[in-house]
Each structure stands twice: as structure tokens, then as C-alpha cells.
Design a protein around this ligand. Structure first.
Ligand code: NAD
Ligand code: DAU
Length: 364
């Protein structure tokens, strides 16, 4: 057996590593056993979950390469010593749910803009230390951003140089965060880059989002609240492909660049729900048409040729990924039932009670 190739950046600070995509990145990176060590910094908001890292903790060799710190990326005192000890920072930490950003935008600004600023300042300090010879090289900073910064794309596919037109408090905050990253590259010459991923799905996805919400509600024969006409289009990317692309860009991407991470699996929400119901053998009558999301983006689509030229190819077909995801939720009821309890009930009531009360048949 040949030893795994040694990565260029081996000591990583992974912020938001207890969330959906961040935890996949941590699990998949440490499972390669290539000598990478990871410090996770996570505030453990409602979206952070230690159980997402259970497979790492259960493996003594992998566990020895992971340090877990509970803390806020917007807390400069917590961040500085962690950045001092790593070769690269991968920032997954964010408030990530559009609906919650419509209910309470402030937390989005604090984490998705100010948090990025604090991380960048810590990297700038380390860059200074590197210039003085106090460390070998400045840390690399990778910001995990989203296709939502392009806004609603009625036709065609967004390219990295296209204008940003975010339309929700979430996507506006994410755009602010990544524009700060670019400003630190231009102004301070920082080694920094950005990925813009499309709608991600797979195991460990918080049940507030479309696919896991509809799977878990359908398992319980509960209504599936479809916003508006359900003809909005999203490009569904399997989580291991998204995490893998981020790792590939971290190791191979050019500083100062932005890389789209599309899936090329564009589907209407109705089509996704139809597939989910077929996999679960549940009836369409569970689907309820509810009041639309305010400012709902109709479509996202990105051109992936820049990432392809960097040598990355996704591995998962949508049909296989969706089936694997449904199987995972069927096999991990303890995981999602624990999340769909406590504070969840107040959120669900606020987001859906009035919508469901005034809902109508979704029609096929
Ligand atoms: P998530 O909500 O599942 O996880 C976010 C994690 O960040 C949680 O563990 C949470 O506790 C942590 N966190 C939140 N605020 C923090 C703070 N101030 N300090 C430290 N930790 C904090 O999100 P996700 O779906 O895994 O998304 C990860 C990243 O990828 C986000 O930046 C998101 O904008 C981006 N993204 C997500 C998708 C998607 O479809 N899920 C697609 C493209 C990009
Ligand atoms: O595109 C990337 C983005 O994808 C990420 O940046 C975000 O962090 C992530 O949450 C996701 O945003 P969306 O708003 O597209 O995902 P969500 O799962 O919330 O919704 C997907 C689609 O399904 C969207 O058109 C809204 C619709 N929807 C969603 C929910 C939760 C419904 O019809 N009913 C629902 O109850």
C-alpha cells in the first residue's frame, strides 16, 4: 500500500466544523490519515452538533488528530491563539439558513461579516509574524461562500466575475464576508481565496433545510410545506463532493481567486419532492402549498469550468446521493429526533404554523 500524498497545508483550523458541511470536511479529511491535524472552532449554535464528529471520536487514530474548541469566530481573543498554530484556516462557520435570516437578520451580520473580519485580522497578524521570521509562512485563508451571492439567476450560469446581487439577509451577509476576504488579498497581499458552493444535501443535514425537513416529516406522515408554486430551481450538490472540492481548492487553488462549486444537478423543488416521496413510498397528498418565502430566489446556476480546470470532478450522481441520504435518515432517527425537539418546536411554530393553517393542496 502506498502512503497518502502529503498535503501542502497540514495543520488546519476548521471553523464551523460541527455543522453539516464542515463536519463532513473534518470526517473525510481525517479518514484519509495523511498526517493532517485539525482544530475545530465552533460556537455550537443550534446548528452545531458534536454527534456529527462521532465517527472521528470513535477512531483513536483520527481522534488524536482532532482538537475541538467551543468558541465564536467573532471573538478575537479566542481566535488569535488558534490561528497562530495552523497553516490554513477554512471558514465554514456561518448562520446558514435563509428563513432564519428573514426572521432575525442580526446574528447573520455578526457571524457572516464580523466573524470573517476577526478571522482575517488574526491571519493578518500571523502574516506580520511570518514577515518578521517568527513563523515559516503566513496562513492561507479559505472562505466557504455560496452561489446565493449571485442572486436569482433567471437564465444561463453565473461565472466567478459576475456581479453579486444578493437578495436575502443571509446572502447579503455572505457577500459582505467574501468581499472582505478579497479586500485583504488586494490590500494586504494575504493568501486568501473563496469557494461558492451550490445547494448541498446529504447525511447530517440539519432538518430545517428542504431535503431533510421533507424526509423527516414524511417519515412521520406530517405535512410537507412547499413554498409558493414549488417551481424554484436549485443545483443539488452531494455533501462529500462539496467538502472534497473545498479541500481541493485549499490545496491547489490560486490566492485571490474565487471558485464556483456547482453540481450540474438542477431540479425544481417539486421534482426533488417527487423523488423523495417515491424513495420513501409516501403519497403526494402530504405536500401542502404554503405562503412563499419573502424575496424567494427563483433559480441558482453556476458555471463550473474554472474548478474543472483546477482538476476537480464531482463523484456522486443525484439519484444515488438522494437514495443514500434517505437511507441515512431512516437509519439515524436518534440523530434527527434529538434535533427536532426542544427549541426546534418554537422555531417550527414560528416558521410554519400560520403557513400550514392557511395552506392548500399542492396539486401535481
Ligand atoms: P450549518 O448551519 O450546518 O453549520 C454552521 C456551523 O457553524 C455550526 O456548527 C454552527 O455552530 C457554527 N457557527 C455558527 N456561528 C458561529 C460562530 N459565530 N463561531 C463559530 N462557529 C459558528 O451550515 P452548513 O450548511 O454546514 O454551511 C457551512 C458553510 O457553507 C456556511 O458558510 C454556508 O454559508 C456555506 N454554504 C452552505 C451551503 C448549503 O447548502 N448548506 C451551500 C453553499 C455554501
Ligand atoms: O444555494 C446554496 C444555499 O443553499 C446555501 O448557501 C444555504 O446555506 C443553504 O441553506 C441553501 O439555501 P436554500 O434557501 O436554497 O435552501 P433551503 O433548503 O432552505 O431551501 C431549498 C428550496 O426549498 C428553496 O427554494 C426554498 C424551498 N423550501 C425550503 C423549505 C425549508 C420549501 O419549499 N419549503 C421549506 O420548508
Amino acid at each position: 500500500m502506498t502512503a497518502p500524498a502529503s498535503p501542502r497545508f497540514r495543520r488546519l483550523l476548521v471553523t464551523g466544523g460541527a455543522g453539516f458541511i464542515g463536519s463532513c470536511f473534518v470526517r473525510d479529511t481525517l479518514a484519509r490519515r495523511d498526517g493532517t491535524t485539525i482544530v475545530v472552532l465552533d460556537k455550537m449554535t443550534y446548528a452545531g452538533n458534536r454527534a456529527n464528529l462521532a465517527p472521528v471520536v470513535a477512531d483513536p487514530e483520527q481522534a488524536a488528530h482532532l482538537t475541538f474548541v467551543v468558541g465564536d469566530i467573532a471573538d478575537a481573543k479566542a481566535v488569535a491563539p488558534l490561528v497562530a498554530g495552523v497553516d490554513a484556516v477554512v471558514n465554514f462557520a456561518a448562520e446558514s439558513h435563509v428563513d432564519r435570516s428573514i426572521l432575525d437578520p442580526e446574528a447573520f451580520l455578526r457571524t457572516d461579516v464580523m466573524g470573517v473580519h476577526v478571522l482575517l485580522e488574526a491571519c493578518r497578524l500571523e502574516q506580520e509574524r511570518a514577515r518578521k521570521g517568527d513563523r515559516a509562512a503566513a496562513p492561507r485563508f479559505l472562505q466557504v461562500s455560496t452561489d446565493e451571492v449571485y442572486g436569482s439567476v433567471e437564465t444561463g450560469a453565473s461565472r466567478e466575475g459576475d456581479r453579486l446581487e444578493p437578495r436575502s439577509p443571509y446572502s447579503a451577509a455572505k457577500a459582505g464576508g467574501e468581499l472582505l476576504v478579497n479586500s485583504y488579498f488586494v490590500t494586504y497581499g494575504m493568501d486568501a481565496l473563496v469557494t461558492r458552493g451550490s445547494n448541498t444535501y446529504g447525511p447530517y443535514h440539519h432538518p430545517e433545510k428542504l431535503i431533510p425537513l421533507f424526509i423527516t416529516n414524511a417519515i412521520d406522515d406530517q405535512p410537507l410545506p412547499l413554498y409558493g408554486d414549488g417551481l424554484q430551481r436549485r443545483d443539488w450538490l452531494y455533501v462529500a463532493d462539496h467538502a472534497g472540492a473545498i479541500g481541493h481548492v485549499l490545496q491547489n487553488g490560486r490566492s485571490g481567486e474565487v471558485y464556483n462549486v456547482p453540481a450540474e444537478n438542477e431540479r425544481t423543488n417539486r421534482a426533488v419532492v417527487t423523488d423523495l416521496l417515491a424513495l420513501l413510498d409516501k403519497p403526494w397528498s402530504l405536500v401542502r402549498q404554503v405562503e412563499d418565502r419573502a424575496g424567494h430566489d427563483r433559480r441558482y446556476a453556476m458555471d463550473g469550468s474554472k474548478l474543472a480546470a483546477l482538476g476537480w470532478t464531482n463523484g456522486m450522481k443525484f439519484e444515488d446521493g438522494l437514495a443514500a441520504t434517505v437511507d441515512w435518515y431512516l437509519a439515524h432517527e436518534d440523530w434527527w429526533r434529538a434535533i427536532k425537539s426542544g427549541d426546534w418546536n418554537a422555531y417550527y411554530e414560528r416558521q410554519y404554523a400560520a403557513r400550514l393553517a392557511s395552506s392548500k393542496e399542492a396539486g401535481r
